[in-house]
Design a protein around this ligand. Structure first.
Ligand SMILES: Nc1ncnc2c1ncn2[C@@H]1O[C@H](COP(=O)(O)OP(=O)(O)OP(=O)(O)O)[C@@H](O)[C@H]1O
Length: 266
């Protein structure tokens, strides 16, 4: 199959932070990922779009080391991080995820303990990474919640008592608390009211610009991808069918499937 690649990445002078090669994953007869490859440069935002079932979330779960693929390699260009990350043992995966990879899920139940305080949810991430001082835990949790534009007067409330937008902000605070090298976002605004969605997107964009966080964002919403991403990868049936600079792909899609997606949105 021919993959349409419209443009070389903007960040060609730098080494990629993330390199994934030929990632394959099947669930029984379902081939969720077929030789999916991606590179993401430091400070870059890669968007992944595609219809339901195209493999977007499976790929993100592989990048978060919570899913073990059947084949493929994955590396992060970070000090003291070597080799194929898919080969790491459970402990090494857990430590790498705790310190270098943050994730925000569409479903807050996957990312949060819904009946623990919001600040406790953020602190838990810091605890896993070895922080033990209560004052430091609380201060860092507060800072991360503040950076995520969470209303601090609610920081002791459990996520179960918060709105959907606030829950996503708690997930975001937890994800960025340790200033990870890579932030993964799986449909972070899907299901929120349009006005709340816009506010959460504003926060993500501001954080990305201020901190130059390298991100991979999955969404079926082309508007979300266009707002946040530098480059986009279009997936269908577990394969990448087109990739390139986001404006170029959306303004001049080359693959018939991307054309359908773009025209469906217009
Ligand atoms: N744990 C699992 N067990 C069995 N099949 C799975 C599992 N996870 C994903 N799949 C299947 O793999 C394929 C890809 O699913 P995936 O969730 O990655 O797609 P997606 O593009 O993220 O879809 P959506 O936008 O609906 O979330 C689908 O056919 C799905 O049913």
């Amino acid at each position: 199959m021919t993959v349409v690649t419209l443009n070389a990445p903007q960040f060609v002078d730098t080494k990629p932070l993330l390199t994934a090669r030929n990632v394959c994953k099947s669930y029984g007869d379902v081939r969720a990922l077929r030789d999916v490859s991606a590179v993401v440069y430091p400070g870059e935002v890669l968007g992944i779009v595609g219809e339901s079932g195209s493999g977007k979330s499976t790929f993100l779960r592989c990048l978060n080391l919570e899913e073990v693929p059947d084949a493929g390699s994955y590396s992060l260009d970070l000090p003291d991080v070597q080799g194929n990350l898919f080969d790491l043992d459970r402990y090494a995966r857990r430590m790498l995820c705790a310190t270098q990879i943050g994730i925000v899920y569409q479903n807050p139940h996957l990312g949060l303990l819904m009946n623990h305080s919001s600040s406790g949810n953020v602190a838990e991430r810091l605890l896993v990474a070895g922080e033990r001082s209560f004052d430091v835990l609380r201060d860092k949790a507060r800072d991360a919640l503040d950076a995520s534009e969470f209303p601090l007067e609610r920081m002791d409330a459990p996520p179960s008592e918060l709105s959907g937008g606030m829950q996503q902000r708690v997930q975001l605070a937890k994800a960025i608390a340790l200033e990870p090298a890579l932030l993964l976002l799986d449909e972070p605004t899907t299901g929120l009211d349009v006005s709340v969605q816009a506010l959460v997107l504003d926060t993500l964009k501001r954080l990305q610009q201020e901190r130059q966080i390298t991100m991979v964002i999955v969404s079926h919403d082309l508007g979300v991808i266009q707002t946040l991403s530098d480059r986009v990868m279009v997936m269908r049936h577990g394969q990448v069918v087109e990739q390139g600079l986001v404006d170029q792909v959306f303004q001049d899609p080359q693959h018939s499937y991307t054309q359908q997606l773009v025209h469906a949105k217009l």
